[in-house]
Design a binder for this molecule. Structure first.
Ligand code: SAH
Length: 349
């Protein structure tokens, strides 16, 4: 009896060049790597058996050296507005959530970058989970690939947009998020346009500067929620070490380098930021660089500490911003009935 002592490597951890090198070492042609790579990424093959343009011998050889790791859609819930929430099981059994949001002209995948979150925003359900770990690039990529399949299957339309607005803070898992986006936008991956991708952040100034230096092509959204330090610090602890002034400077740098508008996400809460003083502070902040504002509807996650402000207050914000040339719109939540809306992702299931 023999015991197999070879530990197999996850083939999806290899770059294309490394895979080419592997084939050459095996006395095979480098272009095999291209074929395998296409199966692994473009076609999301979960098994070497699926790679039917390779000889049986090659498939067997690959099996002795490698495994293919993939995330699994553990459960899927459909909202009555069409939104689909997936609980995605990662390689180690931990779960993150990813959401498909259908609209008339677009289908958006909302993906997670971390299991849980370390930032502690008071109004966000994910914050209550604490951060457990960063997602690997392939785990981020696979969420998009899975939603892309659902988009075709359930709506007969291609996935058009991706937002990093699921669980976690993407800029605290920067390298892996960038690696995933590279694959998502690559012709060898999903071939999606970077301008269709938006990374949403609490606004970590030094990482926004890094993004500008790296000349990333995707869009930037900042969860602002208040343009007054005292209020912002009281609801978003990150603001203590990363003030609005630092954020403003980083955004100036971003705009100087990238020439791209930023989107501010902003919830108006009763008694927290629903006065003219707050609206005016937002307007001043919006003038730092070209920007637009999404006033997002609050999705209650608690027993009433935070309450959505009245329609009248939203109109006050809209009027002030728009009459000063800032594009602003109210964003209704999707998937609320299945806890799939912004800030509601917390693995309740
Ligand atoms: N960490 C990133 C991405 C995740 S959250 C970020 O902060 O941007 C995606 C958006 O949902 C953020 O704008 C966040 O502030 C917002 N959000 C969090 N909890 C919410 C809630 N209960 N209702 C509405 N929006 C919420």
């Amino acid at each position: 009896m023999t015991t197999e002592t070879v530990t197999k490597r996850d083939i999806r951890k290899l770059k294309l060049d490394e895979l080419k090198e592997f084939f050459v070492q095996q006395g095979d042609k480098a272009f095999r790597a291209q074929q395998v790579y296409e199966w692994l990424w473009k076609k999301s093959a979960k098994d070497f058996e699926q790679m039917t343009n390779l000889s049986l011998a090659t498939r067997e050889m690959l099996k002795t050296h490698f495994t293919i790791n993939h995330v699994l859609v553990d459960t899927m819930q459909r909202s009555n507005d069409g939104t689909i929430k997936n609980a995605i099981k990662l390689h180690d059994g931990l779960i993150v959530e990813s959401v498909l949001i259908p609209a008339e002209k677009r289908i958006t995948a909302c993906v997670s970058s971390q299991v849980g979150c370390s930032l502690g925003c008071k109004f966000c359900a994910t914050a209550r989970m604490k951060r457990m770990r960063n997602l690997n690039p392939d785990e981020i990529y696979d969420q998009v690939a899975a939603i892309r399949q659902q988009s075709e299957l359930y709506f007969g339309r291609p996935l058009t947009n991706i937002v990093f607005m699921g669980m976690g803070e993407p800029l605290l898992n920067y390298a892996n998020v960038i690696a995933a986006i590279e694959k998502i936008t690559s012709p060898q991956g999903l071939n999606m346009a970077a301008k269709r991708i938006t990374v949403s952040t609490v606004g970590i100034a030094k990482m926004i500067i890094k993004m500008a230096d790296d000349e990333v092509k995707f869009n930037l959204a900042v969860s602002l929620h208040s343009a007054l330090n005292e209020t912002r610090s009281s609801i978003m602890p990150i603001n203590d070490s990363n003030s609005l002034e630092e954020l403003g400077e980083a955004l100036k740098y971003w705009y100087a380098k990238r020439k791209k508008k930023v989107t501010y996400e902003y919830v108006v809460w009763e008694g927290i930021n629903d006065t003219m003083e707050h609206a005016q502070a937002l307007l001043r902040f919006c003038k730092i660089i070209p920007s637009k504002v999404n006033l997002i509807e609050y999705n209650p996650i608690d027993d009433g500490e935070f309450r959505q402000a009245s329609e009248e207050k939203l109109q006050m914000y809209l009027h002030l911003l728009e009459s000063n040339g800032i594009t602003a719109r109210v964003r209704k939540s999707r998937g609320k009935d299945i806890d799939a809306a912004c800030g509601q992702l917390a693995n309740k299931g």
